[in-house]
Design a protein around this ligand. Structure first.
Ligand SMILES: NC(=O)c1ccc[n+]([C@@H]2O[C@H](COP(=O)([O-])OP(=O)(O)OC[C@H]3O[C@@H](n4cnc5c(N)ncnc54)[C@H](OP(=O)(O)O)[C@@H]3O)[C@@H](O)[C@H]2O)c1
Length: 250
């Protein structure tokens, strides 16, 4: 039986990814910063473990407790939207600590077992915001673009050990807790000179009709994990596919 370890399983894509693999008879290590037993139906193939990807000790404890795994899904992430002038450096650090360094630290923690067994897959969840520049998303996009670049180099150096790397790029998914979680670190508001731009950006979003659903992301992660012929970058969601296909056209 294959085992997947997924980060950020308290809500959103992480929950859906975990359910998708459970439904296909995998053993699932669903990790959360604060473990809850009301997220998943009980299963003898499910293990819920505490894990904060910004905490080295927490990473070590979770990877030790998980035992051998076949696939790591770096899904945990935080959002933020503001002009650069409205972004406190502590917030920029927090975003990179979680989205970028958290992904690198988790990857480092599982690589020895993948390398020794000559088998394993790392799936990094980034975003189609990395496909073209967007207003007010510079720091978040930078944190995810860094993971794209990290993943490309990582894939090259792991080829010799038969370890695969894939990047899943979801589009905009308003149904997860991502926006709500991001708003908790956006309490200081937007700098006044950017007010008109902010209004315009929000109005444009309201006109968008295609979105990404958590099920799209779960399917893409499954493809990444189980199909060695899958593409390196896998856009997930109707809007994501549109954005990804248009990325070379700007
Ligand atoms: N929703 C979108 O529009 C969208 C689009 C493209 C890409 N993404 C990416 O998709 C991934 C999942 O997002 P989502 O939409 O499912 O959002 P979500 O509902 O907010 O879920 C994010 C998960 O990450 C966890 N997390 C945050 N900081 C963590 C840390 N330091 N250590 C471990 N876990 C941590 C959260 O746990 P807590 O409950 O403890 O906070 C939560 O379980 C993220 O990487 C996000 O950047 C989202």
């Amino acid at each position: 039986m294959k085992t997947v370890l997924i980060t950020g399983c308290s809500s959103g894509f992480g929950v859906e990814i975990a359910r998708y693999f459970l439904a296909r008879d995998w053993r699932v290590i669903a990790t959360m910063r604060t473990p809850r037993d009301d997220v998943f139906a009980a299963s003898d193939r499910l293990l819920i473990l505490p894990l904060d990807v910004t905490d080295a000790q927490s990473i070590r404890a979770a990877v030790d407790a998980a035992g051998p795994i076949d696939v790591l899904v770096n899904n945990a992430g935080i959002g933020f939207l503001n002009a650069v002038e409205g972004t406190p450096m502590d917030t920029a650090r927090e975003i990179f600590e979680t989205n970028t360094l958290g992904t690198i630290a988790m990857t480092q923690a599982v690589l020895p077992q993948f390398r020794e067994r000559r088998e394993g897959v790392v799936v990094n969840v980034t975003s189609t915001v990395t496909c073209r520049p967007l207003h007010l998303l510079s720091v978040y996009t930078a944190s995810k673009s860094a993971v794209n670049a990290f993943s490309e180099s990582l894939a090259l150096e792991l080829e010799q050990f038969n370890v695969r790397v894939r990047v899943v790029l979801p589009g905009r998914a308003p149904s997860t807790r991502f926006g709500e979680n991001a708003r908790s670190r956006m309490q200081s508001g937007f700098p006044e000179p950017y007010g008109a731009l902010v209004e315009q950006i929000f109005a444009n979003w309201e006109k968008e009709t295609t979105v990404t659903h958590a099920a799209d992301v779960a399917e893409a992660v499954w493809l990444a994990a189980t199909d060695s012929s899958s593409p390196f970058n896998i856009p997930a969601g109707e809007d994501a596919v549109e954005w990804y296909n248009a990325r070379g056209l700007r």
